[in-house]
Design a protein around this ligand. Sequence first.
Ligand code: DGY
Length: 326
Amino acid sequence: MKPKVFITKQIPEEVERYIAEHCEYSIWEEETPIPEAQLKEKIKDVDGLICPKANVTESLLSHAPNLKVISNIAVGYDSFDTELMESHGVLGTHTPYVLDETVADLIFGLILSAARRIPEMDKFVRSGQWSSMEDTSLFGKDVHGATLGIVGLGRIGEKVARRAKFGFNMNVQYYNRSRREELEEKYGLEKKSMEELMQSSDFILTMVPLSPETTKLIGEKEFSLMKQEAVFINASRGKVVDESALIEALKSNKIRGAALDVFEQEPVDAANPLLSLDNVVLTPHLGSATQQARDAMAMKAAENLVAGVTGQAPPNVVKELQHLVP
Ligand code: DGY
C-alpha cells in the first residue's frame, strides 16, 4: 500500500506525477489557503504533508498521529516548532539551494531601486511631473563602489556578496556568528562586529533566518548607529526588524531609505505607515517568485516528502531535526 500524503496547494504537473508514482495523495485545489479546521480533517490519516509555511502547532500534530514528515515548500522554516515536531517524531524538511540565486537577484533589484529611486521616479514620469532632471532633490545614490554590510552570511548572503563584488565593485563586509574565511578570500570580504557594520556600511542587508535570537535583531539602537545616507534592505523575515523603529528612522530621515520584501505582518495591513512613505521600496515577499525557482522548490519539496514517507533519509531535513533521520 502506498503512503498517504496531503498537498496544501497546486503544484506543477510534473511534481504531481512524481508524487503519484510513490504516494496516494489529495490536493487542496482552492486559490485561498486551506482553513485550519479543514487541514486538520485532511491530515488525520496521512503519512506526509507538503505545504508552504505550515504553522505547526500541538493541535495540528495531534490531529495527525501517522504523520512522519512535513515538507515545507520554502527555505525559511520559522513556521516549524522543531521541539514539538521532535516530541511527535515528525521530520521537517525545507528547500535550500534552488532559490538562492533568484532571491539574490531580487535583493539587487531592491538595492538599485532604493538607491536610484526607481519606483518613485516611475511615478514621477507617469504623473507628468518630469520637466527636467536637474533638481538635486531627485538625485539618487551610487551603488557601484559603495560599502555593503550583510547581516547573516548564509547561502543567499554569499550570492549577494558575489554580485556586489564582481558586478558592482562594492566593498563587502559582513556580520555572522561564525567566520567565513573561504568567502573572505574569494570575495575580499571583511568580518565586522554588528556595531562596526552598522556604522560603516552604505547599504545594510539582513539575511538571517528568523529565530528567538534574531527577532528584532535590528532595532532603534542599530538604526541610530547607521549613516544618515544608509539604505536598509530586508529580504529574510519581517520580524528580524523592529518595524516601528524602522518607520521612525525613515520618517525622521535618520537613514536615507529602505527596501523591504518582508514585513512583521504579511500581507501588509493597509494602515501600515510604511505604505505612505516615499523613501521606502516595498515588494510582496516575492524573493523566490519566479516560475523556475518555484517549480524547482516544489520538486525538491516533493523529493523530501517521498523520501520521508517511504522510510528513506530526506535530503533536506532542517538542522534541528537531523538526528531523527532514519
Ligand atoms: C522562503 O523560501 O523562505 C522564502 O521566503 C519564500 O519566498
